[in-house]
Design a protein around this ligand. Structure first.
Ligand SMILES: Cc1ncc(COP(=O)(O)O)c(C=O)c1O
Length: 427
């Protein structure tokens, strides 16, 4: 079928004076996670994020985008909630709010987590401005210079810089089409004795894999044995239909060692900026304190909007529609990629991403895509050591532009032709 992501070695990264992170394994300067005055036009995390936000109005040109097109989402869910809020007195919004966030929303999240068999009281939940902030808070609380955090290789790139900025060493756990390579994980924890593992357990970004119960159990066993914290990022969970084979670590561990993160950026609106952290009470306290130190509270207006959407709106029906829509384009996108000469890592039955081997340097293809008006997401950015790769992440909701297959096929064939001409000339 399809190949392993070819990185089993344990690259490490450290923070440079400029705030970028470098890999100890490669020893080469890596991409900056910070904006500098004269930033070179390199394809890096900031470049991708900046372009993602600019491409949002033309999603058909953005197979590299990390979120669903606005026309797939339901603005009426938000405006309905806002109208309903507008009928109330605004007096409650005039203070600072509570450090842990709007209590009725936390109670609502308790009910949602109970449906996933995760037991959490509202006191164990802190609302945050998305998982991006959750990761930043956890990095600040737990990471000291020289500590190791294990992340997926590949994984969601934005968290790498947050850990590196605390001086943490990033170590990559490879993935197979069946999920994280747990033999490799065992070797990594044995070598690096990490303080934390961060894992996107369900419909992982970018591979689309989800943990089986056996994998989840083995990860928790390793966490016990080597005494590390497990941070479970479940941002894509609502895209997972009932009965889909996916196990949440928190449902097995019940928030003893696992810190569980959720968000509504992918299903409701990325700009709502409401996410949450559920954890053991001592962790909750530390998170709430850190949140207060960094930014006081989170915007209660947004939290009240989300509360109304969950309690009065048709959120469930909306996510069912999203899943059906994704189901309608997944195979088409995979076939398009294969016809263009790419090899799909695995074919998940849910979610919004396909991870594919283009056979050509992904950064160069991204640069060519940029010229042609397409925003692509090169696999190099999804690796904690950010070295060159031929892999790329595709958002299946944004693969429908009729010019995309021709662009990909022409580029991939062009590189193959030039390669053949060079090797032919050599002989
Ligand atoms: C795995 C993962 N976690 C977190 C995020 C960001 O979450 P939020 O918008 O809640 O900050 C993303 C967005 O791409 C993601 O893919």
């Amino acid at each position: 079928m399809v190949a392993y992501v070819r990185r089993v070695a344990a690259p490490t990264s450290k923070l440079t004076a400029s705030g970028s992170f470098t890999t100890a394994a490669a020893g080469a300067p890596a991409r900056a996670d910070t904006v500098t005055a004269a930033a070179p036009p390199t394809i890096d995390v900031v470049w991708l994020l900046r372009n993602m936000l600019h491409t949002s109005t033309r999603p058909e040109k953005g197979p590299g985008l990390g979120y669903l097109p606005a026309r797939w989402l339901d603005g009426e869910l938000l405006t309905g909630a806002l109208r309903s809020l507008g009928r109330q007195s605004g007096t409650q919004l005039l203070g600072f709010g509570s450090p842990q966030g709007f209590l009725p929303l936390r109670q609502q999240l308790q009910t949602r987590m109970a449906e996933l068999e995760i037991g959490a009281t509202p006191e164990q939940i802190v609302l945050v401005s998305g998982i991006t902030q959750a990761i930043d808070l956890l990095a600040r609380i737990y990471m000291q210079p020289g500590d190791t955090v294990i992340v997926g290789d590949p994984a969601w790139f934005q968290m790498f810089g947050r850990f590196a900025s605390q001086g943490a060493r990033l170590v990559g756990m490879p993935y197979t089409p069946e999920g994280p390579d747990l033999d490799a994980l065992e070797a990594l924890v044995e070598t690096w004795r990490p303080k934390m593992l961060v894992i996107n357990s369900v419909l992982q970004n970018p591979t689309g894999t989800s943990l089986t119960a056996a994998q989840a159990f083995r990860i928790l066993r390793l966490a016990e044995q080597y005494d590390f914290i497990v941070v479970e990022d479940d941002i894509y969970g609502d895209l997972c239909p009932t009965g889909y084979p996916a196990t949440r670590l928190a449902s097995l561990d019940q928030l003893r060692r696992v810190i569980y993160l959720g968000s509504f950026s992918k299903t409701l609106a990325p700009n709502l900026r409401v996410g949450y952290i559920a954890s053991a009470l001592d962790v909750t306290q530390a998170v709430a304190d850190q949140k207060m130190l960094v930014g006081m509270t989170s915007p209660e207006l947004n939290e009240r909007v989300l509360y109304r959407v969950l309690t009065e709106g048709h959120y469930r029906r909306h996510v069912e529609r999203l899943r059906a829509r994704l189901d309608g384009v997944r195979d088409k996108a995979a076939r398009m990629l294969e016809r263009a000469g790419c090899r799909v890592f695995t074919a998940p039955g849910a979610g919004m991403f396909l991870w594919a081997d283009t056979g050509v340097d992904a950064d160069a293809l991204t640069a060519a895509g940029h010229e042609a008006g397409f925003l692509l997401a090169p696999g190099s950015l999804f690796s904690p050591h950010q070295s060159p790769t031929t892999w790329m992440r595709f958002n299946i909701a944004n693969c429908g532009d009729p010019a995309l297959p021709a662009f990909l096929a022409d580029y991939v064939e062009g590189v193959a032709r030039r390669g053949a001409a060079i090797s032919g000339g050599d002989s």
